[in-house]
Design a protein around this ligand. Sequence first.
Ligand SMILES: [Zn+2]
Length: 471
Amino acid sequence: MTGKTTLTFYGGINEIGGNKILLEDKGTRVFLDFGKSFKERSMFYDWMERPRLANGVGDLLALGILPDVKGIYRRDLLSLAGRSQNEDGFVDAVLLSHAHSDHADYISFLREDIPVWMGKTAKDIVNSIEAERQANMEFEISGFRKRPLERGSGTISREIHDFRTGEKITVDSIEVEPVHVDHSIPGCYGFIIRTSDSTLIYSGDLRMHGNKPELTSEFVDRAAQSKPDLMLCEGTRINETVSNRESDVLETCKYYVVKAKESFVFVDYSYKDVDRFSTLYNVAKLTDRELLIDVRTARYLQALSANTSLALPQPSDESIAIYKPREGSGKYQDDDYDEEDTKLYRQENVWTAGDVRSYQGKVIAALGASYIDQLIDIKPSGGIYFHSTSEPFNEEGEISEMKTNNWIERFGMNRVHSHCSGHASGKDLNEIVSRIGPKTLIPIHTEHPELFTVLQGGKVKMVESNSTFEL
Ligand SMILES: [Zn+2]
């Protein structure tokens, strides 16, 4: 143990996401996020393939998808891998910036006695996702509390603490002030971190061009006041200069829905993005259609209903319909669905594929790409496929897009695209960093860290994956 503050980068370097950054100060150890790395994972698995449950965390450790850090993983998952876990208390806390998979998902593998801190809204989101059945090993966030499958049945009592913007958290020698930022999911924070001898800024994921730029602005101002020694800054879109706004997405979507006249509209978007949800909801109202959502989105709306600042409609809203797919028996029987879903499927505004087929010009089916096979049951007479997420940024994404395009073509539909990113452009990132004015800048969450040097010069320090940086 040294007296110096150090950062060890177990993920988030030269890749978009997978943030797992260990901050150490005088023996206090805190992880900044503990997310899934899509890049590492896609080297060995396609998105449908899963590591073997029978080997616990063993497969992910063997492939380097999870860092082999002693004393941090769940005993049940280590023992399945034939390993013992003898070191206690290696990590004192995990600070979660927001509930996106690439920041949050692998917390489910961590020991349940490691306290996890997250924003109040992020906790509501985690609980909502937790409620989903996840019949696989990489159980997304559901492993926060549930054991995988039936093995070692029962729930995990994970220590989850929540915070609000500006509330200070103390973990031994480290003090953290979370400040809200705007991003494509609610409950997102940047951190101002004070160790025994330095001040650090962790950007999380953020943007200036979204519906709530004032949140990010407040974070930037507070971060600047702290006169930081170092900033860890996301750079997802460091190589871009312009950003579509959410209002552009609304205008484009409305334009094509109007053009579609009496034909079908299907939308692919991330259901966790409540700004996009609101955009689609507003387009549905403006074009006299109903917004058709899946049961997962319905539960998400319920989970966030307590947060009045989000002003989201409830699943029973008159402009919303819930889509009920065929499962199990194929005949819409109650026992084909789990209890929570059945409750929602008993609402009056539930539509089956037959209903959608009969009223295809009266609906915007915001079901997402995972429901694309429902086109087989819906049998649309052409229409629009509105793609409203990021364009593919790697080969795997391009292959998946090619497959989606085959579905679209097969059902005689036309693809249109409009999206407002959750990430600041390079121009905005440069302004954010300049306003904050850290002495040292380490780019994270980007495939183009070198571009920060072009903008910010000599203060930029490049680090390698799995390396330790001493402040
Ligand atoms: Zn994110």
